[in-house]
Design a protein around this ligand. Structure first.
Ligand code: C5P
Length: 219
């Protein structure tokens, strides 16, 4: 028997990459598969929560019983996430949000003009969705528990702890490499104010269930 530890709770999850347009047919994205975020949405639903999943462009089936909002860019993701967080109890940011977007997307396809000249792109920093919500009144009052993720290439423990403090979240989850994009399993490092704890290698669904239990313990 699995107790429904998140019954009556509202959980908001971001997942997948974002896509930042250059012109109507081109853009910049990354290799996030969305699998971890979708597994977390599923595990939270299994634990009895009401779950909203804000997904960047991925090709994954919506977990049963989960409300899904599809978005494309970081700005779209922020616009979908901020209102949904107003009634959420837990926010889990797994999305690999693009750090920068082209400053102005061309509304027509950029054409080669035959001269060999290449387009010059300028970039603007995207909003940090996790940091925005972690600093919201709802989070500061303790009504919204925020969880971040970190994919670090080195010094995971110290970088993850520094990131936790910088983002202002009580719990940060480090992906223990090597490169986990698209993989079906992973190992996690949970970092909170008390220290760190490793969740050994397992399927992303199993890790998601463990993480949901860890969050339930902290509420
Ligand atoms: O700063 P960094 O991108 O490494 O932080 C990763 C964490 O912050 C993840 O939880 C990610 O979902 C979140 N994030 C975000 N908005 C951004 C960048 C990162 O929500 N623009």
């Amino acid at each position: 028997f699995q107790p429904k530890r998140l019954a009556g709770k509202r959980v908001l999850v971001t997942a997948g990459p974002t896509f930042e347009a250059i012109d109507p047919v081109r853009g910049i994205t990354n290799l996030s598969s969305g699998k971890m975020g979708f597994a977390i949405a599923r595990a939270a639903r299994e634990a009895g929560a009401n779950v909203t999943l804000v997904a960047g462009p991925v090709s994954l089936a919506t977990p049963r019983g989960v409300t899904r909002i599809d978005v494309r860019s970081a700005q779209d993701m922020l616009q979908a996430t901020v209102p949904a967080a107003q009634s959420a109890d837990i926010f889990i940011a797994t999305a690999a949000v693009a750090d920068w977007r082209p400053s102005s997307a061309s509304d027509q396809k950029i054409k080669k003009d035959g001269s060999g000249k290449t387009p010059q792109l300028e970039f603007t920093e995207n909003p940090d969705i996790l940091a925005t919500l972690a600093k919201s009144a709802r989070a500061e009052s303790g009504a919204l528990f925020c969880v971040g993720f970190a994919a670090e290439s080195h010094d995971l423990e110290s970088n993850a702890q520094a990131k936790r403090v910088r983002k202002g979240v009580p719990l940060l989850v480090g992906n223990i490499g090597p490169a986990t994009f698209g993989a079906d399993d992973n190992a996690l490092l949970l970092v909170d104010a008390k220290g760190t704890r490793e969740v050994p290698r397992a399927s992303k669904l199993e890790l998601a269930r463990r993480l949901v239990a860890e969050i339930a313990d902290r509420l």
